[in-house]
Design a protein around this ligand. Structure first.
Ligand SMILES: Nc1nc2c(ncn2[C@@H]2O[C@H](COP(=O)(O)OP(=O)(O)O)[C@@H](O)[C@H]2O)c(=O)[nH]1
Ligand SMILES: [Mg+2]
Length: 193
């Protein structure tokens, strides 16, 4: 059992799911491009391990980080980007689905949505796909600092309701100042074993 993610280190980037090495356990991050997945991984680890980009859709690889003895955090390419070579755009779905469906060590998926924008149709599709494939996932709303404090309570309830969970089950985080990050970290550590 790990006590923290502070020893997490980058190990590889792959474009072919079958080339990713075996893990003891793993937690994968999915969500729209630019929603803050890589920033969240950095916040969870307490330092910059993942590449944060200003340009949406730049992280097109499966990025693997080892938190200790084969316990992986997996930064998956974001969906919803419109720019880039067509074959890459078309290849995205099969690549992610193949990855998520084929990893026996996958314990949980963190579905990251933008707190202010709220869930998009693609986020909904992702949730449905995870459910239909019986993949355990938790929902994390990122960039909560962009939500007006007066709207925060209602927005949290709305996002939770969208996914059929309670507001308490929704992780509500700001990767820039660590707000809410500890609760998600605890859930991930539990899942990694
Ligand atoms: N204000 C704010 N900005 C964030 C937060 N998390 C990420 N960002 C910014 O959002 C942009 C995209 O972040 P990134 O982690 O690369 O997103 P990814 O494409 O999902 O991996 C970057 O400019 C980040 O600095 C947050 O919690 N609050
Ligand atoms: Mg990224």
């Amino acid at each position: 059992m790990l006590s923290s993610l502070s020893k997490c280190r980058y190990i590889a980037s792959e474009t072919k799911p079958e080339r990713v090495v075996e893990a003891f356990s793993e937690v994968a991050f999915v969500g729209r491009s630019n929603v803050g997945k890589s920033s969240l991984i950095n916040a969870l680890c307490g330092r910059d391990v993942a590449y944060v980009s200003g340009t949406p859709g730049r992280t097109r690889c499966i990025n693997i980080f080892d938190a200790g003895e084969g316990r992986f955090l997996v930064d998956l390419p974001g969906y919803g980007f419109a720019k880039g070579p067509l074959n890459e755009i078309l290849n995205w779905g099969p690549m992610i689905e193949t990855y998520l469906a084929s990893r026996r060590s996958l314990q949980m998926v963190v579905l990251v949505v933008d707190a202010k924008v709220g869930p998009t149709p693609l986020d909904s599709q992702m949730g449905l796909w995870l459910n239909s494939n019986r993949i355990d996932f938790c929902v994390t709303a990122s960039k909560i600092d962009k939500v007006q404090p007066s709207k925060s309570f209602a927005q949290k309830k709305a996002v939770a309701k969208f996914f059929g969970i309670s507001a308490e089950e929704l992780f509500w985080v700001n990767s820039k100042n660590q707000d809410g990050v500890a609760a998600l970290r605890a859930e991930i550590l539990k899942a990694l074993g």
